[in-house]
Write a protein that binds this ligand. Structure first.
Ligand SMILES: Cc1cc2nc3c(=O)[nH]c(=O)nc-3n(C[C@H](O)[C@H](O)[C@H](O)COP(=O)(O)O)c2cc1C
Length: 333
C-alpha cells in the first residue's frame, strides 16, 4: 500500500519532508551493513545513498541515517537563497515510473545549509556529499565564482563536493560542460583545493543526454584537472513515456534508466586504469534491489536513488540491505 501515490503529485511532494522524519522515527531495526567501502578516508557502511535534490537543505540528515542510507548527497545548494522556478515544477506518472521536475535549484542558501550540516556532523559519521550549483542570476562567465565560493564555505563540513553542471532547469547550466567553457570552469575549481592541507574530493555530476564522445571528452578534461569522480547521471530532456510531460524540465526514474546505464558503461570503459583512483556514482532509474547490484556489477562504486523512494517508499534502503546476501554482497559486520 502506497497511500502517498493517491495524493496529487505536488501535494505528496510537499508533504514528504514531514513523512520522512516521522516514518524514520519508527524504524528501530538495525540495518545490516553490506558491501562496505572505504575511499579517501571516507567509510561507507553500504553502497546505496540518497541522490541530490531530495534533501536540498540538509533538513533531514538524522532520518536518512536511521533509514539505512550508506551516504547522503544534499543540495543542490546555491550561494544565496533562491525560490523555485515559477509555474508547475513537479509531476509524476505511476504507469511510466517517471518523475518530472522543473524546480531550478530552490535553496535555503549556503549560510543556512552550513548551519544544518554542521549540527549533524558534530555527532554523526554518515558521509555527506554537498551538491553545489550557481544562482540563476549568475552569468555563466562568472559561474566558477559561485562554485569556488561554495567549496570554501563548506570545506570544513563537506566529505566531498558534487559540482552540478547538468541540471536542465537552470538556463545555460549544461553549457558549462561544453569544450569552450569546461577548461575555464574546472581550473579555478581544482585550484580552490590548493588552499587546504586536507583536500575534499570534487565530483562532477553529468547529463544523461551527452553523446558518448562528448562524455569521453568531459572525462578527459576532468582527469586532467584532477577531478576526483563522477555522478552519472542527472535527469533527461529525452521523452519516452506514455504520459505527455512538458518538453522543458527533466525526467527521472525508469525513463532515464538506459541512458544512465550507458553513461556508466562508457565512463568505466573510457577511464580504464584511471578508474581505480576515481569515484563513480551511478544514479538514474535504479528502481529495484536488482538494479542496485547490476550497477555495482557494471563498475559503479556507489549508487544513488531518488525516484525509487517515491515509487517504492522509504523502506527501499532497508529492502536492498536485506536482499544484499542474495547478490553475494558480503555483510561486513
Ligand atoms: C524533484 C527532483 C528534484 C531534483 N533536484 C536535483 C537537484 O537539486 N540537484 C541534482 O543534482 N539533481 C537533482 N535531481 C536529479 C536526481 O538527483 C537524479 O539525478 C535523477 O532523479 C535520476 O535519479 P532517479 O532515477 O533515481 O530519480 C532531482 C530529481 C527530481 C525528481
Amino acid at each position: 500500500m502506497k497511500p502517498w501515490l493517491w495524493l496529487p503529485p505536488k501535494l505528496a511532494h510537499d508533504f514528504s519532508p514531514w513523512a520522512i522524519d516521522l516514518y524514520s522515527l519508527f524504524q528501530s531495526e538495525i540495518i545490516p551493513t553490506w558491501n562496505s567501502f572505504t575511499w579517501k578516508n571516507l567509510v561507507f557502511k553500504n553502497r546505496l545513498g540518497l541522490a541530490g535534490g531530495v534533501d536540498k537543505n540538509a533538513d533531514h540528515l538524522p532520518a536518512w541515517s536511521r533509514l539505512g542510507c550508506g551516504f547522503v548527497e544534499i543540495g543542490t545548494v546555491t550561494p544565496l537563497p533562491q525560490k523555485p522556478n515559477a509555474g508547475k515544477i513537479f509531476d509524476r506518472s505511476v504507469q511510466d515510473q517517471a518523475l518530472w521536475n522543473k524546480m531550478g535549484f530552490p535553496s535555503a542558501g549556503a549560510e543556512e545549509v552550513f548551519f544544518n550540516l554542521k549540527s549533524f556532523k558534530e555527532s554523526a559519521t554518515l558521509p555527506v556529499l554537498i551538491n553545489i550549483g550557481k544562482n540563476r542570476t549568475t552569468a555563466n562567465e562568472l559561474a566558477h565564482v559561485d562554485y569556488v565560493q561554495l567549496v570554501h564555505h563548506f570545506h570544513s563540513v563537506a566529505d566531498a563536493f558534487v559540482v552540478n553542471i547538468s541540471s536542465p532547469n537552470t538556463s545555460g547550466l549544461r553549457d558549462l560542460a561544453k569544450p569552450e567553457s569546461l577548461e575555464l570552469f574546472l581550473k579555478p575549481l581544482a585550484e580552490s583545493q590548493r588552499d587546504y592541507d586536507i583536500q575534499k574530493p570534487i565530483l562532477l555530476k553529468l547529463s544523461p543526454d551527452l553523446e558518448p564522445d562528448e562524455l569521453k571528452r568531459i572525462l578527459d578534461s576532468a582527469v586532467k584537472h584532477e577531478i576526483d569522480g563522477f555522478v552519472l547521471t542527472n535527469t533527461t530532456l529525452a521523452r519516452n513515456t506514455q504520459k505527455q510531460f512538458p518538453t522543458e524540465g527533466g525526467l527521472s526514474g525508469l525513463p532515464v534508466q538506459l541512458q544512465a546505464k550507458k553513461a556508466l558503461k562508457v565512463a568505466v570503459a573510457h577511464l580504464g586504469s584511471e578508474k581505480t583512483k576515481k569515484l563513480v556514482i551511478s544514479v538514474g532509474g535504479v528502481m529495484t534491489a536488482e538494479d542496485v547490484f547490476e550497477r555495482i556489477s557494471l563498475g559503479a562504486d556507489l549508487i544513488e536513488v531518488y525516484s525509487a523512494l517515491i515509487f517504492s517508499g522509504m523502506h527501499f534502503f532497508r529492502k536492498v540491505a536485506r536482499t544484499a546476501h542474495e547478490y553475494k554482497q558480503e555483510p561486513t559486520n
